[in-house]
Ligand binder design. Sequence first.
Ligand code: TEU
Length: 537
Amino acid sequence: TESQPWWRGAALYQVYPRSFADGNGDGTGDIAGIRSRLPYLVELGVDALWISPWYVSPLADGGYDIADYRDIDPRFGTLAEAEQLIAECHAAGLRLIVDLVPNHCSDQHPWFRAALAAAPGSPERALFHFRPGLGEDGRLPPNDWRSHFGGPAWQRTEGPDGEWYLHMFAPEQPDWNWDNPAVRAEFESILRFWLDLGADGFRIDVTDHLVKEDGLPDSAGHHGKPDPWRDQEGVHEIYRSWRALADSYPGERLFVAELWENDPLRFARYLRPDELQTAFNFAFLKSAWAAAELRGVIDDTLASHAPVGAPPTWVLSNHDTTRHVTRYGGVDTTYGFDRASRFGQPVDLELGTRRARAAALLTCALPGGVYVYQGDELGLWEVEDIPDELRQDPTWLRSGGVDRGRDGCRVPIPWSGTRPPFGFGAEQAPPWLDVQPTAWKDFTAAAESGAYGSHLELYREVLRLRRAEPGLGDGPMSWLPSAEEVLDFTRPGGFRCVVNLGPTPVALPSGAGVLLASGPLDGTLLPTDTAVWLRWG
Ligand code: TEU
């Protein structure tokens, strides 16, 4: 409703700048490209953009390795262009949130360069986690922590002292030491910088990692306690101070936490009214396409969010996960969530697409906010057959190919035309990841625009109705009794959503008018893997 903060029921669109649109024709997406596509995003009907990192970066991890938090990488444009984009978004009624990566920076960040050049025990080194190694000549890492991208979480420096530094991700991403007040002050200043520039909020990268357990103890034998590198008590104080800072600005600035936390109670602690307003719902993203499991996740989500008064979010895909058309088209519909196992399973893209359409109706009917990852609205699938030599993601490179990596969900967006690069940029400049499938000729924004029944037209209609329906967005929902394989629930104002996940058609409720269906209905029957929105009661 009108009186609620905008973010409680918002539809946010994730832009991964490298792969969205290339405005200057060098093969890499950029701010000029985003600006040129604002009319498309307005017509799509989203409320806000989340821009994945666009800061100065060597792109060792696609920009999640930041060398300057207060400037734009020249490949993406300039700070002046970022400001223009923010102003143009606001003029078009869109908000814009930026991606904040506070756990680590780039090994090219000047403060880390200075730390490498400084001596053990110096203030420069105290901004990061430097430690002497163990064993003879300090040749062993200081503890047993593993990097999320494979191998030890420690890198030995080449200088004479041979100290090691902590990196929970790639070695090019040294972890900041959040026990150091200078780090805290620096990030408060970075927050102010972007708030002053007009950003409407922040997506926070690996929210739970900032504070490490005192003494950096081994993780072996740590049972029953949070992992020593994450979810420490001290992290909450940081978010309380950030929230107070953001609340001192007008206009309801938003935080959304990236938080892979399975325990709903620990998850909800980040969403206390004086901490972060929202978090991505990865439990939902990770679920199989199965009614009982989805119902369980929806109930658990509502139950964990209600006591802290936070609106849930619903996420189907992002730049880290196998696209959901592909996941839902696998034999096991969590296919590719664990990318290490994503080898050669048959995928039925038609089936995955039908389910993705139903999932759009389901997620957009549920209470709270919703995220759309660029290309979701076109029905894009994971590009799986990328030649090894073109893959760039560190999760692929560092795992020796065990992990399939995340390049397949980061393929440049097809905008128009009948062959690659499909209007992504200039004809003569191949995209940075030049693997768009030829079949995408039927999945370009231009081909789908105005095409009856296309994925894009479905998304436009879903988002239009979602805005128009007073009972959608944040607010209550109630389950109706239904067959085991059907999800059937109502929202205020006589709105009802029915999703058939079973193998056979089910009868549509009588006396209800169809507002929207994810696919063709069969007379009075709701076919398998199809969802409807109804006016009811
Ligand atoms: O991801 C955090 C994270 O935990 C991921 O590495 C996740 O485990 C994996 O991608 C899922 O398989 C964030 C960013 O979203 C990701 O792009 C970055 O690589 C990472 O942080 C480091 O900044």
